[in-house]
Design a protein around this ligand. Structure first.
Ligand SMILES: NC(=O)c1ccc[n+]([C@@H]2O[C@H](COP(=O)([O-])OP(=O)(O)OC[C@H]3O[C@@H](n4cnc5c(N)ncnc54)[C@H](OP(=O)(O)O)[C@@H]3O)[C@@H](O)[C@H]2O)c1
Length: 381
């Protein structure tokens, strides 16, 4: 196993961390973890040098923390840094901090959380935490030794990420979604460099875009790019090595759901290192990104110059959902996102064809027509 830098914490995490959000399940039931298999997988990873394990209040309907608590018995707890997260969406008053934290310690059968995160920070949760004076509570827990290091995981725009770093000087680490397709999404590459530059350890989540960059046989355009490389790697390994190549990346979490994936990713991690890829290999990844993006129906770069729309159509968000659904062949998921997450008053069919957006679009996209296509695709039953 290779070990990495983790900012000012001084801790050296294994290149590969175990994300406990996608453990093997019985009969496809989210809450029914196949505990013997999960035990075999996690203990094997730890035996092979994985020393960072990540869970959260809500994973597998709360069962991830409970099952992990049992898996880490028999001496395994002492071999790992354990990370879990405050369920930001459940906090309604300052007393809730202690309430959820104490249940998590019980579930995980531990008296200390080594890396504690505020889960899925966005502007709304951040305002709430500041209002409820989270740092009075967290700094007491740090002083009592109940929390080893304090951090946050993040799901909002880069500007919010920067604000969160600026608003509090004592973050030890953060967790961001980052993979070779998401360099300009959420915190993105800018956020990675900003956080690492300020001495935070950086945990990467969704390194394989939830599995979409790991499919054995990717679309032909992407497959052809990887086929040109001197070194042959599986798509998952290309994605992981691209991350480990970067000095700012600390631990890369993978939510492995089979024993075979654990073995493949352990083997990849053992071959990893900063600056291990040649410039040609980095170029292969850049070409693969271009090939994926070439599958997107709308060449929207999410610059938001088109906003505000006079009819409040959420143009960039709709194109992002549409593009992802088509590129990664996730039509049903895209439809659910559009129909459940975008309010109907902001749907594409609210467009009045005034053309204000088209005048402003630096890509000169025919937005009116694309909105019609997106709505036809995403609003189908
Ligand atoms: N804080 C947050 O808001 C947040 C959000 C997301 C994730 N996380 C954490 O970050 C962890 C990592 O994110 P993630 O689970 O999305 O990671 P990921 O590595 O991007 O996706 C995991 C999926 O990739 C596939 N996979 C993994 N290794 C593979 C391999 N070698 N070959 C083929 N397929 C492979 C599997 O998909 P199949 O199951 O389809 O085979 C697996 O379920 C999570 O487990 C969780 O702990 C946190």
């Amino acid at each position: 196993m290779e070990y990495r830098n983790f900012g000012k914490t001084g801790f050296q995490p294994s290149a590969l961390g175990f994300g406990c959000m996608r453990l093997p399940q019985l009969m496809g039931e989210e809450n029914a973890i196949d505990e013997p298999e999960a035990t075999r997988m996690i203990r094997h990873a730890i035996d092979q040098g994985v020393n960072y394990v990540d869970t959260a209040w809500g994973y597998h309907g709360g069962q991830s923390e409970v099952v992990l608590g049992r898996i880490l018995q028999d001496g395994y707890r002492e071999k790992v840094a354990l990370a879990t997260k405050m369920p930001s969406w459940l906090i309604e008053k300052p007393e809730d901090f202690d309430h959820y934290f104490s249940i998590q310690m019980e579930r995980l059968q531990t008296d200390r959380i080594d890396f504690y995160l505020l889960h899925a920070l966005n502007q709304g949760y951040w305002d709430k935490y500041l209002n409820y004076k989270i740092f009075d509570w967290a700094e007491q827990k740090l002083a009592d030794g109940k929390i080893g290091h304090l951090g946050f995981s993040f799901h909002d725009d880069y500007e919010v990420f920067e604000r969160i770093l600026n608003d509090y000087d004592h973050w030890d680490f953060c967790q961001i979604q980052y993979n070779y397709m998401d360099i300009n999404y959420q915190a993105g590459e800018r956020g990675l460099k900003l956080a690492a530059g300020r001495g935070l350890g950086v945990v990467v989540m969704e390194p394989l875009k939830g599995g979409r960059l790991a499919i054995e046989v990717p679309p032909t355009a992407v497959k052809n790019v990887f086929g040109q490389a001197d070194v042959q790697r599986k798509p998952a390994e290309w994605a992981l090595q691209w991350l480990w190549n970067q000095p700012e990346v600390g631990v890369v979490l993978s939510g492995m759901s089979t024993f075979e994936q654990v073995e493949l990713n352990l083997a990849s991690a053992s071959r990893s290192g900063v600056d291990h890829l040649t410039p040609e290999e980095v170029g292969i990844i850049e070409d693969a990104r271009d090939a994926w993006q070439g599958l997107a129906p709308v060449a929207c770069t999410h610059c938001e110059y088109c906003l505000p729309c006079p009819s409040d159509v959420l143009i960039p968000q709709i194109f992002a959902i549409y593009n992802n659904a088509v590129m990664y062949e996730l039509g049903e998921r895209g439809k659910r996102m559009y129909q459940n997450q975008i309010p109907e008053e902001n749907w594409a069919d609210m467009c009045i064809e005034c053309g204000a957006c088209e005048d402003l679009c630096p890509q000169h996209l025919t937005i009116i027509d694309y909105l019609k296509d997106a709505h036809a695709y995403l609003s189908k039953a």
